[in-house]
Design a protein around this ligand. Structure first.
Ligand code: F6R
Length: 585
């Protein structure tokens, strides 16, 4: 997804913006640009490619002026090239704008712009906005009013930063795409995400849906639907160091290794208030996407088995087709970023029907937290790599604590608190997983199987592998193989069996046997000697308490995906076609 940074203060804006944009690298982009204003003159440089290449070619960080904006673009309308890159300006070079999101009524705007005699130079929906602003300005001669009138015409999702050459102000608007405000001393920032600004400030506030704001170097004025609103900044505990690689080759590997700490922080929280809130409901309906959805599935097993509370888990983008309106049902929305459009949309729909919302996110102050009636957190710190690792295990831990809070099993809660120690131990398997990755080089199809809690673990393992190696990986409930997927098995196809000891082990042995009979190669993760004896490649795991199975068993799978990606000379931090924060539906 695109990245935005805006600055207004005393420093040279382009240098600040260039540095901050570097921290949004993880969002993925294909072009970038910066614009500044000095002495009522606009300076703008942009191009396709990586930031540092653009810098080498045209020194974008040296543009003059103490107010400006920057953008990293992830192409949606129009190919990645210089013209389509942001910022965009009007034909008189008076207004300038960066945009994150998708404008749905761009055809109508294009007609309006063209009938005013303006021919857009790019293929983007974003450029149209700046021409509409200029058109409005020619009528009202007031920059703020022109921006306001234009925003009222926009349909779709947007985070916008706009400036005019004769004003020391940045105009901001948000609808569907996040925009965070950073408070400095005599300087103000805005960005699409907190990590961009952490080395400048720890004080943040988020713009909310339909906010329109004016940023000056002294502060911010926010309006929502015509009414002025106050939003106090919140202090964020994350440090700038957390958003750096600190000697690791990739953020993915750093974040896999940060799991013991992330789990410790997450398990330390007291969920008393959240449990009391959730207890009022007869059923729980989880909405989430991707990895967060998998974490939700682990909760379903635990809460149904231990607290006897019925639980449904729906992929957020499918929620509206499956919704039921039942005031006895609590919507539990899980999202690392708290900004995923599909999850937010499901939540807003449920809220609109009068349902109560509990949110689990990793980002204090995110949109999802603000939509929710009650929120709790994973304390995993910023996750920079596009793929979720430490936030998955932290989500599972937070959810397990909630499940045992609801079942009233204090002893089980204590078991969850042991997660950091188990994960620390399992991280010693890094060398083993690297060697395993070497053995698996050249394989093109992978099947992950598991039962009960090991099934969402298998799903998460398969997702990691496909995300960062681009290899075909699928996960099945092990019992489902014989109902179709067995036909896909051939000699040497890797089957990764997540098979801890306990109630599922003997059935897993049977399922492994089915695969062996088709000459597949079995990799089994288990603490059960009988299971391990069945495997071509046994991966010995320590015995773990049942609720820790997803947390502990996913770690070798994360490492396997990571090492395979590195061996394949792929960048695991920035998988192709994927973005960290998916802010479009
Ligand atoms: C997987 C991954 C994605 C996210 C999904 C939801 O590694 O990162 O599948 O889990 O886009 O994101 P959040 O949790 O931010 O709502």
């Amino acid at each position: 997804m695109c990245g935005i940074v805006g600055y207004i203060g005393e420093k040279q804006a382009a240098a600040v913006i260039y540095e901050c944009l570097g921290y949004l690298d993880y969002r993925g982009y294909d072009s970038a640009g910066i614009a500044t204003v000095e002495n009522e003159k606009l300076h703008l440089k942009k191009d396709a490619g990586r930031l540092h290449d653009i810098e080498k070619k045209m020194s974008i960080s040296k543009l003059p002026g103490t107010m400006g904006m920057g953008h990293t673009r992830w192409a949606t309308h129009g190919v990645p090239n210089m013209v389509n890159a942001h910022p965009h300006t009007d034909s008189k070079n008076e207004f300038c704008l960066v945009h994150n999101g998708v404008i749905e009524n761009f055809r109508k705007l294009k007609e309006e712009v063209e009938s005013a005699g303006i021919t857009p130079v790019s293929d983007t929906d974003s450029e149209l906005i700046v021409h509409v602003i200029q058109n409005e300005y020619s009528k009202c001669k007031n920059a703020e009013e022109a921006v306001r009138r234009t925003i009222a015409k926009l349909q779709g999702s947007f985070a916008l930063v706009i400036m005019h050459i004769s004003e020391r102000k940045l105009f901001l608007a948000r609808n569907g795409s996040p925009l965070v405000i950073g408070f400095g001393n005599g300087e103000m920032f805005c960005a699409s995400d907190v990590p961009a600004l952490l080395h400048h400030t720890k004080r943040f506030t988020y713009l909310e849906e339909n906010d329109f704001a004016v940023l000056t170097k002294e502060g911010i004025r926010i309006e929502n639907k015509g009414k002025q609103v106050e939003r106090k900044p919140v202090e964020i505990k994350w440090t700038a160091e957390m958003a750096r690689k600190e000697g690791y080759k990739h953020f993915t590997l750093k974040e896999i290794n940060e799991q013991p700490e992330a789990l410790r922080e997450t398990c330390e929280q007291d969920l008393g208030g959240v449990v009391a809130f959730a207890k009022k409901f007869r059923r729980i309906h989880i909405v989430a996407c991707g990895t967060s959805y998998h974490a939700g599935l682990t909760f379903k097993y635990l809460v149904q088995k231990h607290a006897k509370i019925p639980c449904e888990v729906t992929v957020a983008s499918e929620y509206s087709y499956a919704e039921i309106v039942d005031k006895d049902e609590l919507i539990l929305a899980i999202s690392q970023s708290g900004e995923t459009a599909d999850t937010l949309s499901a939540v807003r729909r449920a809220k609109g029907k009068g349902m109560k919302i509990l949110a689990l996110t990793n980002v204090v102050g995110s949109s999802l937290n603000r939509e929710a009636d009650m929120a709790f957190y994973t304390h995993a710190g910023p996750e920079i790599s596009v793929v979720a690792t430490k936030t998955f295990t932290s989500q599972v831990a937070a959810l397990a604590m909630l499940a045992f809070g609801l079942s009233g099993e204090k002893k089980m809660e204590e078991e969850v608190r042991k997660a950091p120690e188990f994960v620390k131990k399992i991280l010693e398997k890094q060398g083993e997983m690297e060697k395993l990755a070497e053995k698996l080089m050249g394989k093109e199809d992978f099947f992950f199987i598991g039962r009960a809690l090991a099934y969402p673990t298998a799903m998460e393992g398969a997702l990691k592998l496909k995300e960062i190696t681009y290899l075909h990986a699928e996960a099945y409930p092990a019992g489902e193989l014989k109902h179709g997927p067995l036909s896909l098995l051939e000699k040497g196809v890797p089957i990764i069996a997540v098979a801890p000891s306990g109630e599922t082990a003997s059935k897993m042995i049977g399922n492994i046997g089915e695969c062996k009979a088709r000459s597949a190669t079995i990799l089994a993760l288990s603490d059960d000697d009988e299971v391990l004896a069945e495997a071509d490649i046994p991966i010995k795991m320590p015995p773990v308490p049942e609720p820790l199975v997803p947390i502990v068993y996913v770690v070798p799978l994360q490492l396997l995906a990571y090492h395979l990606a590195v061996l394949m000379k792929l960048d695991p931090d920035k998988p192709r076609n994927l973005a960290k924060s998916v802010t479009v539906e």
